[in-house]
Design a protein around this ligand. Structure first.
Ligand code: GAL
Length: 726
């Protein structure tokens, strides 16, 4: 080809590119009707699934089998959208979906957040991260949102999904009036949008819809579809103390003796990095200097009813006894110079689990705290790292904490031993995992918001205590953590003890003991989490009578013209429900009273039984020695004696059963062996506690325990807190 010919070809090609139909310049349709219609399959009553594109690694791969019977017993639900309005699209590099949203609808969820509740009108990029940075960068960016209309949507992806809930407007969607900003009124930088759109950079997306008549129903279906919520061992609901990282076995035994001497309960003793002979990265091997006889040490604590929990992070030290066996299964990059196992590979799981079983679990260790699984870009593996299974680094990071929980939980299950521990990252599918999330973030208010948001994401949260700037802050934080899924002092760095702030020592002991006394109530609430998917600690918007649907059907609306007014009132993030009938209202530094949003119906003071209000927002006194606790009308609360630890509370425990308000009430008191999975095969009992109020006179009835497990509760003393029986 001579120069002229080459020039002619170039010109000809250039002309073709411009005019030829079907070339790279051809016009692609950008309208909604050209997106794929989503095709929905019903996978359980009230649960639907759809997918566009390829099946990719996903969080629900790490869920347990759905609790189909429990879902069936909830009955069916209507599909919440017009199916023709649900669309998806693969347009490289993105896979996206679009689901309808009504103008006044609210969107909750999207995982663990330290701020706010309603996610509408804000973009969230969900990424497993330490915390902060941008909306959606969090320890548990669970891609699940819930509408106040009573349905939930879960995007089942291990990629980093972006959510546009009620924000961003397609040109051919229902658009609000277009306003000239110079002359018009009401111009908005975020015009109302009629959809939730979500996308990933990937080859496919799977979507689940959970129907319901209220947000609680949607959350319950999600939890049950993931296998039901965890039922922790009973001891897990007692008091946890994590000692200073440099503590030796001897230091621990001395500290434990102090707990007994000062009459402080102690159920779980947590060891921080220093139990290992190398940490950051981790050896997972006992330090023979500080812990010369691990078996004797763990055994000595067990004799005192105390369980040992071990801290670790996943990154393997060059000196670890498992490094050679693990090396074929580690990724390209290190974290703090420790190798990173690829736990999508079963052989890698086996190396770690066999080691842990032999050197930890077989000598009586009860569980773990899996730290640093959330990551921060500065120290974690980069997004371009490679792993031997071929799993991308982004996906690996997004579900790393989740897969670590699942593989350990499965090993505990194989040993028929329940566990309860901690983890610093999670994702969807986690409800059955016995691990509670915590953070290095330390805002007290944010901690309560996190607890509230976690209840919408199928994960548990502890507002752990590390230290405090004053006795007041110390006791207020203790009061909050005593009413959380895991009551813990994490003194890994501060070396603090519960009695470190002398002026409030008695108050701290009192609230720990109150939580211990409430164990029958809290344990039964966890059984409901397991069997019915009801979060034991939950946002007010999940409370029956709170949500718009119920308000519109039965209850009195606060603002008849605005059916969403009541929902908005209940979008509080500084109070929450514990179990069926206790409303917890934590108090923060500097407060001597606080506002409490009361749902409809009558509410009563836990301590006195007096009515405090109903269906209104009240100001309540908050003396330092007490956390405000309010009980719903008809609430029944069983309390056992204050005990040094749960393991020591066996056989014939006397119960004080309190009844609040004027309504009839019923409570199903759950009991089992407290440590194994035998309850799943029927080895449990439920005892019905019932109060009937007739002519102003309450009467308490106790049914015979139902089920083969002999209930450990003995004589019952009724305490009618509001309606006196005399
Ligand atoms: C942090 C963790 C703390 C403590 C510490 C030990 O990452 O959040 O709770 O375990 O590590 O080094």
């Amino acid at each position: 080809m001579n120069r002229l010919q080459r020039y002619a070809t170039t010109v000809w090609i250039g002309i073709t590119l411009v005019i030829a139909p079907g070339s790279a310049w051809a016009v692609q349709p950008t309208t909604i009707d050209k997106m794929e219609l989503l095709n929905w399959t019903k996978v359980a009553p009230g649960v639907w699934q759809s997918r566009i594109g390829a099946k990719e690694l996903a969080p629900l791969d790490y869920a347990d089998a759905p609790k189909i019977e429990a879902l069936e017993s909830m009955g069916d639900a209507a599909f919440p959208f017009d199916p023709k309005a649900t669309r998806g699209q693969i347009a490289a590099p993105h896979a996206s979906v679009r689901l309808p949203l009504e103008p006044s609808e609210k969107v909750y969820g999207l995982g663990l957040e330290f701020e706010g509740l309603n996610r509408r009108g804000q973009v969230y990029h969900l990424k497993v991260d330490h915390y902060g940075g941008f909306k959606g960068a969090t320890h548990a960016p669970v891609p699940f949102y819930i509408s106040n209309k009573g349905y939930g949507v879960f995007i089942n992806t291990a990629r980093r999904p972006s959510f546009y809930p009620g924000i961003s407007n397609r040109k051919d969607s229902h658009l609000p009036p277009v306003i000239d900003r110079t002359t018009g009124k009401g111009w908005s930088s975020k015009p109302l949008s009629d959809a939730v759109e979500a996308s990933v950079q990937g080859e496919g997306l799977e979507v689940f819809v959970f129907g319901g008549r209220s947000p609680l129903e949607a959350v319950r279906r999600y939890n049950l579809y993931c296998g039901g919520g965890v039922l922790p061992p009973r001891w897990g609901l007692g008091f946890w103390h994590r000692v200073h990282t440099r503590f030796s076995a001897e230091d621990v035994m001395n500290e434990v003796a102090e707990f007994a001497k000062r009459d402080f309960p102690l159920d779980v003793l947590g060891l921080e990095p220093g139990w290992q002979d190398f940490a950051y990265p981790c050896s997972f091997d006992w330090d023979k200097g500080r812990f010369p006889d691990p078996k004797g040490f763990v055994g000595a604590l067990r004799e005192r009813g105390i369980f040992v929990n071990l801290w670790e992070n996943p990154y393997i030290a060059p000196s670890s006894s498992i490094i050679d066996a693990m090396r074929p299964y580690t990724g390209s990059h290190t974290v703090w110079l420790g190798e990173v196992p690829d736990y999508t590979i079963p052989a890698a799981q086996k190396v770690l689990l066999d080691h842990h079983q032999k050197t930890h679990l077989d000598i009586g260790v009860s569980g773990y705290k899996f730290d640093e699984v959330d990551g921060v870009d500065n120290w974690l593996w980069p997004d371009h790292a490679t792993f031997p299974s071929g799993t991308s680094a982004i996906q690996m990071r997004q579900v790393y904490g989740l897969m670590i929980q699942k593989m350990h939980m499965d090993r505990f299950r194989a040993m028929n031993q329940r566990t309860y521990g901690l983890v610093r990252s999670s994702n969807g599918g986690a409800p059955p995992q016995g691990f509670v999330i915590y953070s290095d973030y330390y805002g007290h208010e944010g901690y309560i918001t996190a607890l509230v948001n976690c209840s919408l994401a199928g994960v548990l949260w502890t507002p752990e205590i590390r230290s405090a700037g004053s006795p007041e802050e110390w006791v207020r934080r203790f009061q909050s953590v005593a009413f959380s899924p895991l009551m813990m002092l994490n003194a890994w760095s501060s070396g603090k003890k519960p009695w470190s702030f002398e002026p409030v020592t008695d108050m701290v002991r009192d609230v720990i003991q109150l939580r211990m006394r409430l164990l029958p109530y809290v344990y039964s609430a966890f059984y409901d989490y397991n069997q019915k998917g009801i979060p034991p600690f939950r946002a007010m918007i999940l409370e029956a009578g709170f949500d718009t649907q119920e308000q519109m059907v039965g209850g009195a609306l606060h603002d008849a013209d605005n059916p969403y007014a009541e929902t908005r009132r209940l979008e509080s993030t500084d109070q929450y429900m514990m179990g069926p009938s206790i409303l917890v209202a934590p108090v923060f530094k500097g407060q001597t009273s606080r506002k409490v949003v009361l749902p409809n119906g009558d509410w009563y003071d836990f301590y006195s039984g007096a009515r405090v209000g109903g269906g209104e927002t009240i100001e309540i006194e908050a003396p330092l020695e007490r956390i405000p606790l309010l009980v719903k009308d008809g609430g029944i609360i069983p309390l056992m004696p204050a005990i040094p630890n749960v393991a020591s509370a066996q056989g014939d425990l006397p119960l004080e059963v309190r009844h609040y308000g004027k309504k009839n009430g019923v409570f199903h008191l759950y009991d089992d062996d407290g440590t194994t999975f035998d309850f799943e095969k029927g080895a449990f009992s439920l005892t019905e506690l019932r109060v009937t109020v007739q002519d102003g006179k309450p009467q308490g009835n106790v049914q015979q325990p139902q089920g083969p497990w002999p209930s450990r509760y003995g004589p019952i003393e009724w305490n009618f807190m509001t309606v006196k029986d005399k």
